[in-house]
Design a protein. Structure first.
Length: 318
């Protein structure tokens, strides 16, 4: 679940802080300190019954299961269906001040996303940090943090399953409109694979094959969302299916994108506040030149989004 999102911009880098709860998708801001003052671009806790920033957008993926149609994200402390982000359709699940943004319930074949639909200037680079929690339930694929060209305004998630709502499935569903970069925190492992199972038909462009509990990166729409880089299976899991509370499943991600288009991704897998332990800073994910791979310089503006995918027979995530 999500409690607070903050986007800040300073003389160095704009900064976005998410906290994502994969079991039911919630967000909350990371405690952060800065060596200099940063003006806030946007900040929202999602704890209340409504939000006031008109730039928030939500969307869902293509319906693939008539018994489990896509459900919109909602604020757990709200009930109104007419707000910028709707409240819980069955009535509030939390009291105002203690709510969250829920991307998906524990249902089959779900994909939904939250987009901040206001372009963020990239000339000073970009740093993103978010906490995520994947626990409980019986089905999920993973979480995807993605960037789209600031001129785009996607209204529908990309393909389900291993495409993690960002990439396409050839002949089945398109990828996210305007996609520039997708970073998959992949429980099941197919964001690294061109197929959804060994020997299957090719659905995505490139990749070494299924790698459970990994981080993988795919380029943008103009490259057919080609595979860029990824880790081997991490020495810790992306999710914690036996956990009964969010805190015991916490992971923290840090994403840096320089003005020159160099991308680095790190993950704190043991909740000790750093990225120094085995598997947390993979050399495969440091200073990747995504501008060259995408065939264009870093767009002057980007929009930021998080997406969650839940699938049958797989762990439950956000």
């Amino acid at each position: 679940m999500a409690h607070k999102t903050t986007i800040k911009k300073g003389t160095n880098q704009p900064e976005l802080s998410f906290l994502v709860d994969p079991s039911v998708t919630d967000y909350s801001v990371l405690p952060m300190t800065y060596p200099y003052s940063l003006p806030t671009l946007v900040e929202d806790s999602f704890r209340e019954a409504t939000v006031t920033d008109p730039n928030w957008r939500i969307g869902v993926g293509t319906a693939v299961n008539p018994t489990s149609p896509p459900q919109q994200p909602f604020l757990t402390a709200g009930s109104s269906q007419s707000g910028i982000i709707p409240g819980s359709p069955g009535g509030p699940l939390d009291v105002p001040g203690n709510g969250a943004l829920r991307l998906t319930n524990s249902l089959l074949d779900q994909s939904s996303f939250l987009l901040y639909d206001s372009p963020i200037n990239t000339t000073a680079g970009l740093t993103v940090m978010f906490d995520f929690y994947a626990y409980g339930g019986t089905g999920a694929d993973g979480i995807n943090f993605f960037l789209v060209d600031g001129r785009s305004a996607p209204t529908q998630a990309g393909a389900l399953g291993g495409s993690l709502g960002y990439a396409q499935k050839n002949g089945i569903a398109p990828g996210i409109a305007g996609g520039y970069l997708g970073i998959g925190f992949d429980e099941f492992g197919n964001f690294s694979s061109p197929t959804d199972y060994p020997g299957g038909v090719t659905l995505r462009t490139g990749g070494p094959g299924q790698i459970p509990d990994s981080i993988a990166i795919r380029a943008g729409q103009r490259t057919d969302y080609q595979f860029i880089a990824g880790t081997t299976s991490l020495p810790f899991s992306i999710d914690n299916p036996t956990a009964t509370t969010r805190d015991s499943a916490k992971r923290t991600a840090k994403i840096d994108l320089t003005p020159e288009g160099l991308l680095s991704v790190r993950i704190d897998g043991n909740n000790d506040g750093d990225f120094l332990d085995p598997g947390e800073t993979s050399p495969n994910l440091i200073d990747i030149n995504v501008a060259d791979i995408n065939g264009i310089t870093l767009p002057r503006t980007l929009k930021l989004s998080l997406i969650h995918i839940s699938e049958p027979t797989r762990r439950r995530g956000i």
